[in-house]
Design a protein around this ligand. Sequence first.
Ligand code: ATP
Ligand code: MG
Length: 413
Amino acid sequence: MAAKKLQSIRGIHDGLPAEVRAWQRVEAAARKVFGTYAFSEVRLPVLEPTELFVRSIGEATDIVSKEMYAFTDQGGDHICLRPEGTAGAVRAYLQGGLTRSGGQRWFYIGPMFRRERPQKGRLRQFQQIGVEMFGAPGPLEDAEILAMAHAFLSELGIGGLQLEINSLGCTACRPAYREALVAYLHERADLLCETCKERMDKNPMRVLDCKVASCQAELSAAPEMVNHLCASCESHFAGLQAGLKALQVPYHINARIVRGLDYYNRTAFEIVTDQLGAQGTVLAGGRYDGLIEELGGPATTAIGFAAGLERLAMLLGDSEPAVVDIAVVVLGEQVIPYSLQQAAKLRQHGFSVVHCGGGSAKRQFKAADREGARFVVVIGKDEMQAGVATLKNMATGEQQQLAFEQLVNVIRD
Ligand code: ATP
Ligand code: MG
C-alpha cells in the first residue's frame, strides 16, 4: 500500500517555481523603486515575543484576540510567529540603538502568519512587502510615502488600482469623535451584525469597515472622523492632499478607511482593486506617531505601509517561464568529462545550461526539448578533438559547426 501523502496546513501554500517567478517580479519592482527613495532593506526575525504584539497592536484587535500563532516554547517563553512587520521593526530600531541616528527608511519582504479563515487572497502564511519611515514629521513625508507606493505599483504595470486616504485624527480629536460614533452605533445596535455589536464599544472605528451590506447601509450617515478633526490634524490632512496633487498622485477620500491595528493616527490609506473580490486591498498603511514611545523609545513620528505579495502577484499577467539557453548533448562515453567542462565554461559566460547526461541522442534531444532550451550544443568525439561543437538553433532548426568562442557569440546575439 502506498504511504499516505502529507498535506500542508490549510491556508499555507507552497511557492512553486512559476509562482515564485511572479513574486520575484513584485520584489524586483519594490527593490528598484524603494531604492530610488533611499530606503534600505532590513531582515527581521519571524519569531518575536508575544508581548510585543499585545502591547503594540492591542488586545481588542482581531489579530491579537484570535489570529496569532502564539505558543510557549520548551523554555517557557511566550513567543509567536509575527502577524505583521511594524512592531518588530520598531523593536529592532530601538534595540539597535538607532534613535539618535536621525531618520531611518526601511523596507522588508517576508512571511507573516495569521490564523484567519482561508479563502482566495486570504492565507494563514502570506508575504508582505513592508515599508517603515521612522522620523516622518509632516504631511510631506506622508505624500512621498504614498507617491512611492504608487510608483511601486505603476512599475508593476497593474492597472485599475485606486488610492483611498483618510484621517484617523489624534489623541486630541479622536475621543470626542469616538463618543459620537459609539452613540450613533448604539442607536442602531439591533440592526448591526454580531461582529459589529462586539466591536461597537471595544473598537468602534473597526465597525466602519464591516463588509456586511446591511451594516454598510446602517452606517451611511455615521459621523466621519474627517469632519471632527482638530485644527492641527485638519492642516496635516490638507498638507497631505496638497502634496499628492503636487506629485500628481490620484486619490480619493474614503471616510470608511480605518486600520485594524490600534497604533495608527492621522493618515490612513489603502490601495484597492476590484479584481480580487472581497480581498481587494493590495496595500495598506498609515501614520503611527505614538508607537515608538509606546514600546519604550523616545517620541518619534513614523509612517509605513505593507503590501500583500500574493495578492499583487495574482494581478500580474503570466510570468515568462525560466529560460534555458543551452542544452548540452553528448555523443560517446569518453566525451563526457570534456562536455562537462564545456558546459561549465558556457555557464561562466552567463548562460543557463543543462547537461543532458549522455546516453542515446534521441533521449537527450527529448530532454533538451522538455527544458525548452533555445540552443542545443552537440559534442562528439570528432568535435572534441577539433575543439568545435555543433550548434542547433531550436527555434529555426538551423545547424552549424562552430569553434567554441564563435558559438558563444552566436548564442548571445
Ligand atoms: P484585510 O482587511 O484584508 O484583512 P488587513 O487590514 O488585515 O487586511 P494589513 O494588516 O493592513 O491587512 O496588511 C497589509 C496587506 O497585507 C493587506 O492589504 C493585504 O494585501 C495583505 N494581507 C493581510 N492579511 C492577509 C492574508 N491573510 N492573506 C494574504 N494577504 C494578506
Ligand atoms: Mg485582516
